[in-house]
Design a protein around this ligand. Structure first.
Ligand SMILES: Cc1ncc(COP(=O)(O)O)c(C=O)c1O
Length: 391
């Protein structure tokens, strides 16, 4: 396969799928660290192994602080947010439980819940959202049952970008003694997250979006006092004679060799985010996003879906063009204009039913840290031409 590509030509508006490119200094230093001590951390007592283990521990500490957690051992690494959400959902419910989730969720929440429902283990309800696709915390009460134990909510949707009223939903959960899990796949690294002030019991994150690590690393944090039953068992590198998987965190929810390369990147990217300031990165992306959204609103035949509010949101939007199938728009944007975006349902089918954009979905533009004014003008000019052309 020819792996050469003229990177300079691509106007990448698909950061909600993964941020690209990642900061060079994170990637280069990650490889340097791996070249120095890319061994199996936590397995042996020689120096290389101890240094690798130290890096893993320091990354747990940095991320615990980043999310407002208190015990770095309760920060467990997984391969991505989907993996983390599976571990949390399957490990927190018991047969007969009722779970409340929302129509904003990604399939990484909907599918584990639906599988458990299908097996007869749990009952599930999905709370609809209101104006601008924002959840109304008061709506959750309507779905409460005597057997409700868990609430799972997306911090911000990957389709429409609205940041949800998590603290208020968290208060509702505390009042009713429910466990509260949030999916911060889209927000981590762009929006400050403090689990304590949000009243969150556990969160799931992925490394490859705004946390600026490569794909294949993610994790979860579980508050003290909350017990997640392990659903996978295996090697931990410690207490090998023990016949069962270890009960203590972080081993409890981690199996097998960790992704040291990905963890190194998370460690380095935490420094990068602290130096650059996540508020500055957010401001840069939102300035471009505002131009993009306002430009699209001015194009005849273009319809924005979901929220158009410009505050408390992420730089991701969904639109359709009269007379056009979203996937054809994506193909034209790519082939004729070198604009990379995502089309379809974006792994979040329920929100499209709510918005009336199922089954074809939408075209999604999402702005990232490396985008420039030029990317926005090229994308707007392209959509203008597509919308004005007759099919
Ligand atoms: C809101 C949301 N949740 C979960 C995920 C799953 O993340 P990953 O593919 O890294 O497991 C995504 C990925 O797009 C997402 O946008």
């Amino acid at each position: 396969m020819d792996l050469t590509l003229d990177q300079a030509k691509v106007h990448y508006l698909d950061s909600a799928a993964t941020v690209y490119p990642k900061p060079k200094r994170v990637l280069e230093r990650m490889v340097e660290l791996y070249l120095q001590f890319g061994v199996n951390p936590g397995r042996s007592g020689y120096d290389l192994c101890l240094v690798g283990g130290g890096l893993v521990d320091s990354t747990r500490k940095k991320l615990t602080e980043f999310f407002g957690g208190t015990d770095p051992n309760r920060l467990c690494f997984t391969s991505n947010a989907s993996d983390a959400l599976n571990i949390l959902i399957q490990g927190l419910v018991r047969p007969g439980d009722h779970v409340i989730s929302t129509v904003l969720e990604h399939n990484s929440v909907i599918r584990p819940l639906n599988h458990l429902r299908e097996k007869g283990t749990i009952e599930v309800d999905y709370v609809p959202c209101g104006d601008h696709c924002i959840l109304d915390p008061d709506e959750f009460g309507r779905f409460l049952k005597p057997n409700t134990t868990l609430v799972v909510v997306n911090h911000a949707s990957n389709v429409i970008g609205a940041v949800q009223p998590i603290a208020e939903i968290g208060e509702f959960c505390r009042e009713h003694g429910l466990l509260f899990v949030i999916d911060v796949a889209q927000t981590a690294g762009l929006v400050p997250i403090n689990m304590q002030s949000l009243h969150v019991d556990a969160l799931a994150f992925t490394g490859h979006k705004s946390l600026l690590a490569p794909t294949g690393i993610g994790g979860l944090y579980v508050r003290e006092g909350v017990t997640v039953e392990p659903t996978r068992y295996g090697g931990t590198g410690v207490r090998s004679a023990h016949p069962f998987h270890l009960e203590e965190y972080p081993y409890r929810l981690e199996v097998g060799t960790l992704n040291l390369l990905g963890i190194s990147a998370l460690y380095l990217a935490q420094d990068y985010l602290a130096e650059e300031g996540i508020e500055n990165i957010y401001r840069h992306e939102m300035a471009l996003f505002t131009k993009l959204q306002e430009g699209l609103q001015d194009i005849s035949g273009v319809h924005l879906h979901g929220t158009v509010k410009l505050d408390n949101r992420l730089p991701v939007l969904s639109f359709t063009i009269d007379g056009w199938d979203p996937s054809d728009v994506g193909t034209f944007l790519d082939v004729d204009y070198c604009v990379a975006c995502r089309t379809g349902l974006h792994c979040a089918p329920l929100i499209h039913e709510h918005m009336g954009t199922a089954p074809r979905g939408t075209v999604r533009f999402s702005v990232g840290p490396s985008n420039t004014e030029e990317d926005i003008s090229v994308a707007l000019a392209a959509v203008r031409e597509i919308a004005s052309s007759h099919r």
